[in-house]
Design a protein around this ligand. Structure first.
Ligand code: PAZ
Length: 379
């Protein structure tokens, strides 16, 4: 059993201080105002209709190393979970605000982009110089096209991009606050792979970090590097590289804002977060720990290697619930433990696991709405 220390949770006023400090020090993305206006119209439209609305966050967040960013740290996420989930939420009647990493997968177009095949491989020349879908792809493409058009024409999908970790946090805070009028009909489904570390702006270089001193002022006799002994690191045995030529990246932890989200930004919406791990022995513990610490409504745990095959739902007052796509020849799968990745078939599952995740989230959301209404004596 790993140590369990919810007492590490900072008190509320410390959270508020950390929030003021972070959002004061890290400038908002240049399109924030425009995005807020679009999000407000979208949310107000669906709120007036009494419709459920889900904010789906998706894709990775970058960690810039320079203010005028040439280089950044990134993570693996392509946005598959988010884009696929968005389609199943639409199917379930939710309006979807899709906050995604720029150029990551989008609902509907995901079927034809970032694939091993180029989208042009799905097309052929028709008569009179027209371009049409290949016969074998036409039925699926028509289905996807109709769903896409329906979502667009009924104003059910709004996609807003972010790039860096601070863009993401600014956008999340603003949109979560706008969702308040939805009350419990609002759902936040946080599938983005959010960086835990960043370079604070006061330590960030304005310009591209240089790898040589060619841009330094010309040496005079007194500041000539020839006068300085080169300092060598001696902590590894590889051919020594002078410290002055190394790039040592020193990252601070990104403050954890889930508590602020739950208590301040969106106090009535249902909040479902994802927890990604690579070590199967700590997944459930970390998911439960997150739930205890932030007091939200659902943590969906998944492992990097098996995330398309199984996830675990950890929610207050309920036993852990494993959701798995059916697979053949899987050997004996223990009901309450992660599956052994070696027992999984090669390639992608035949069923998209999001087709099972979303109905299960929807069921919990329905229970959540009822419980809020009962508490308020509405029904
Ligand atoms: O984008 P993707 O489909 O490749 O990956 C999805 C995921 C693993 C990023 C997501 O399911 C998830 O766990 N998001 C939260 C990650 C975290 O910050 O712990």
């Amino acid at each position: 059993m790993l140590p369990h220390t919810p007492s590490e949770t900072p008190p509320a006023n410390l959270n508020a201080l950390a929030e003021d400090h972070y959002f004061g020090a890290n400038p908002p993305p240049k399109d924030l105002e425009k995005h807020v206006a679009l999000a407000k119209d979208f949310i107000d439209f669906h709120s007036a209709a009494g419709r459920r609305l889900v904010l789906v966050t998706s894709g990775g967040t970058t960690v810039p190393l320079e203010k005028q960013t040439v280089r950044f740290i990134d993570n693996f996420s392509a946005g598959t979970r988010g884009a696929t989930s968005a389609e199943y939420f639409l199917e379930a009647g939710y309006a979807v605000l899709f906050l995604h990493r720029q150029f990551s997968l989008l609902p509907f177009s995901r079927h034809y982009s970032h694939a091993t095949d180029c989208f042009l491989d799905f097309l052929r020349e028709g008569s009179n110089g027209s371009v049409v879908a290949r016969d074998e792809d036409a039925a699926k493409m028509l289905h996807v096209l109709r769903k896409y058009r329906e979502a667009r024409d009924k104003n059910m999908l709004l996609a807003l991009p972010f790039v860096s970790i601070s863009d993401y946090l600014h956008e999340l805070r603003s949109i979560a606050r706008l969702m308040r009028p939805l009350g419990p009909n609002g759902l936040l489904y946080l599938a983005a792979a959010v960086s835990d570390f960043f370079v604070p702006p006061d330590r960030m270089s304005e310009h591209k970090i240089q790898s040589t001193n060619a841009a330094d002022p010309l040496p005079t006799k007194s500041n000539s590097p020839l006068n300085e002994p080169e300092t060598f690191d001696n902590f590894d045995s590889s051919p020594a590289v002078p410290r002055s030529k190394r790039l040592v990246v020193d990252l601070d932890p990104v403050p954890k804002f889930l508590k602020n989200l739950v208590e301040g930004w969106s106090p009535e919406g249902m909040i479902a977060s994802f927890k990604l791990e690579t070590d199967p022995t700590i997944l459930v513990h970390k998911a439960r720990y997150s739930l205890d610490r932030y007091q939200h409504h659902l943590v969906i745990g998944n492992l990097l290697s098996t995330r398309k095959w199984e996830v675990v739902f950890v929610s207050p007052g309920n036993p852990d619930q494993w959701i798995r796509v059916p697979f053949k020849d899987g050997g004996a799968v223990k009901k309450d433990e992660p599956v052994d990745p070696k027992s999984l078939p090669e390639g992608e599952p035949e069923v998209e696991i999001e087709s099972l995740i979303i109905p299960a989230v929807e069921e919990l959301h329905t229970k959540y709405i009822k419980s809020v209404e009962e508490r308020k004596g509405i029904k």
